[in-house]
Structure formats: C-alpha cells, structure tokens
Design a protein around this ligand. Structure first.
Ligand code: GRF
Length: 205
C-alpha cells in the first residue's frame, strides 16, 4: 500500500508535530507518512524535532522570499516538488491566501484549540483563545481539527474533543490541558483518517 505523503508546517514548539511523529511510530498513523517539515521561522523548535526524527526539513520566511506572494509560491513549489498529498498546519502562524488554500482543496488540515464555532476566526490564536474561553466562563472547551479553506477556521470540521475547564484555571493551565487531553490525541487521529481517505481515493482512481 502506498501511504499518503504528509508535510507538517510549524512555527513554534512543535508538540503537535511530535504527537504525529510518535503516532506514526506507534502505528496509530498507518496510512500517512511525514516526509517533510516546513517552518516559517528559523527559530521553530519543530525543526529540531524533525531533525531528531530523521525527517527532511526547511524553513522559509516572507523576508527571504521577498513578500507574501513569493513566500506562498515557494511553499507550493516545495510541497508540489515533494509530491505532498496532505498538508498539516500544526501551529503554523502564517497567513495563507485563497490562492494557496484553493491549490489544495481538502488537502490542508489545521488544529484549533477550541470547540469551533466558539472562540475562532481572526485574532483567535495561541493563548488568546483560552483567555477568551475563561473570560466567557465556559465550563467546557476543547480542540477542533478542520479542513482549511479561505475562511479563517471556517473549513469543514473533521474531529473535535471536549475538555473541562477547572476552577482556578489560567490561560496557560487550560492551554496545556487542551493540548494533552485533546490536541495530541485528535490531531494524529485526524491525520490517519484523512490519509486513509486519500489512499482509498488514489487506489480507486
Ligand atoms: C497549538 O495550541 C495549536 O492548537 C495552535 O498552535 C499551538 C501549536 O503548538 N494552532 P505546537 O507548536 O504544536 O507545540
């Protein structure tokens, strides 16, 4: 069986990347293979995780490429050059235009640290999401994996998992619980689900 070729795009710590790498090793991900890790900053620790796992990796900044359009063109060139089937945005803090997203319909997935449609869309990223959840006083939050289209956090939902808010939570505490209990579980599961779908479609093509 030919596996789906997966690229993971990161900007930061890469704990979700690590969860995906570990899930591939342990056999939770059977239909996909992470063959490329890309970052939009040299500082992304995710690059080191890729290095340690023996996965090809590189970084490109907007500045290096000469602007937003050239940056996206570079990403497309590299992704297509590697025959990537599935693009996984794992804490990728760069804006991607409709030109980019429409190049990969139902081939880009993202994780968002809330139960969409709550606390999502423009301006909701990182700790801001958890700050907003605590300010609203919700008792349950969670994470969502969704397909990426031109609307921020607006693509079709693939998987969600709820996480309880606890008395005394700070945004940092809640962020960590959402990662441990939801993100690191549903993201690898969603990579497997979408990869299996891609493999099936290829076999039937
Ligand atoms: C996660 O909280 C994810 O939900 C958000 O960015 C963060 C990435 O963390 N999109 P990491 O780089 O995977 O550790």
């Amino acid at each position: 069986m030919k596996k789906a070729r997966v690229a993971v795009l990161c900007s930061g710590g890469g704990t979700n990347l690590q969860a995906i790498i570990d899930a591939e090793k342990s056999g939770i991900i059977k239909n996909g293979e992470v063959v490329l890790v890309l970052a939009n900053t040299k500082k992304a620790y995710a690059l080191e995780r890729a290095e340690n796992a023996g996965i090809e990796h590189a970084y490109y900044t907007k500045k290096m490429c000469g602007g937003q359009e050239a940056f996206e063109d570079k990403l497309i060139e590299v992704l297509d050059g590697h025959d990537i089937d599935l693009i996984v945005l794992a804490g990728f803090m760069a804006i991607l235009s409709e030109k980019f997203t429409s190049h990969y319909p139902k081939r880009i997935i993202n994780i968002h640290p809330s139960l969409i449609p709550s606390f999502c869309g423009e301006g909701f990223y990182g700790l801001k999401v958890h700050e907003a959840a605590l300010a609203k006083g919700v008792k349950v939050t969670g994470a969502t994996v969704h397909f990426v289209n031109e609307i921020p956090d607006g693509g079709e939902i693939i998987m969600q998992k709820a996480v309880n808010v606890r008395p005394g939570d700070t945004p940092e505490k809640l962020q960590l619980r959402v990662m441990k209990q939801a993100e690191w579980k549903i993201f690898p599961a969603a990579v497997e689900q979408v990869s299996a779908e891609i493999v099936k479609n290829k076999e039937n093509a």
